[in-house]
Design a binder for this molecule. Structure first.
Ligand SMILES: [Zn+2]
Ligand SMILES: [Zn+2]
Length: 272
């Protein structure tokens, strides 16, 4: 039988409901904080089991807390996912029909592209041919900003990519509608959009940039892990934001959830 939820689980869930998505280090800090606040047993390596208890209770409501990796920095995230809506209609309460159509078209462009991104120019061209209702340039830019703010898309130098939230929430939908166009990463087995591809036509495996960086770290001659051909792409550094990201996430987690660390510091300085 499944374990019942305690107050610590309920507090964790409440935080997930207000945040939607949190980084793994933030989730770890939140796990600790929730257990300590409610006097529940805390084991630092049991976060996924802790979440399983919540997920069992969420199942009848077609909700689920799911883990996924950001294609940009390779960090893990946890998102609260609505399983009842499998496609873009999950966004319907926040967006008009033509805005949803624009999102679908943007997704098409991104999945179709080799880079896993779509330029603002290409998206603006789509907006001109929407069947529901055309969007003007200014309106399109406004909607794109909203997609970024609501964490469905990321934007860098006018290039749009699918956010980790979008990939976690819509993975199943994407696998159904894009089928063979969707490939998974050879290393982490998650959907791979922003990635490098093996140039051997009989192979063609994909690897995320952070997965490439981790896989080839310390190897002098990179070879494809599937066909052993030379890997011709530039090997990205383990992204600097990877360590910075986890730091800033954990410090923001402290601000939001954990008790301030100042007490322990003062205690330590008094003792010395
Ligand atoms: Zn990967
Ligand atoms: Zn290969």
């Amino acid at each position: 039988m499944s374990r019942p939820m305690g107050d610590s689980h309920r507090r964790f869930l409440q935080s997930m409901m207000s945040n939607g998505i949190i980084g793994a280090s933030q989730a770890k800090a939140l796990h600790k904080h929730c257990c300590e606040t409610h006097g529940a047993h805390y084991a630092h390596d049991r976060l996924d089991e802790f979440i399983d208890v919540i997920n069992t209770q969420l199942q009848p409501m077609f909700m689920n807390i799911r883990k996924g990796m950001s294609e940009e920095d390779g960090l893990q995230y946890y998102a609260l996912v609505n399983m009842a809506e499998t496609d873009v209609t999950r966004m319907a309460s926040d967006y008009a029909d033509n805005e949803l159509e624009l999102f679908r078209k943007t997704m098409d462009l991104i999945v179709d592209s080799e880079s896993g991104s779509a330029s603002s120019t290409d998206i603006l061209n789509c907006a001109d041919s929407l069947q529901t209702k055309k969007l003007k340039k200014k309106e399109t830019e406004h909607v794109l900003n909203k997609f970024v703010q609501d964490k469905w898309l990321n934007e860098k130098h006018g290039e749009y990519t699918l956010s980790v939230r979008c990939i976690i929430e819509m993975e199943q939908y994407m696998r159904v509608i894009y089928q063979d166009l969707i490939k998974v990463c050879h290393v982490c087995h998650n959907i791979a959009l922003q990635c490098q591809i093996c140039e051997n036509p009989r192979c063609g495996i994909k690897m995320h940039l952070p997965c490439v960086a981790r896989y080839f770290k310390g190897r002098s001659e990179p070879h494809c892990p599937a066909c052993n051909d030379f890997w011709p792409h530039e090997i990205p550094e383990i992204l600097r934001s990877q360590s910075q990201g986890s730091q800033s996430l954990s410090s923001s987690a402290k601000e939001n959830t954990a008790p301030t660390p100042s007490t322990s510091t003062t205690r330590r300085s008094k003792r010395s």
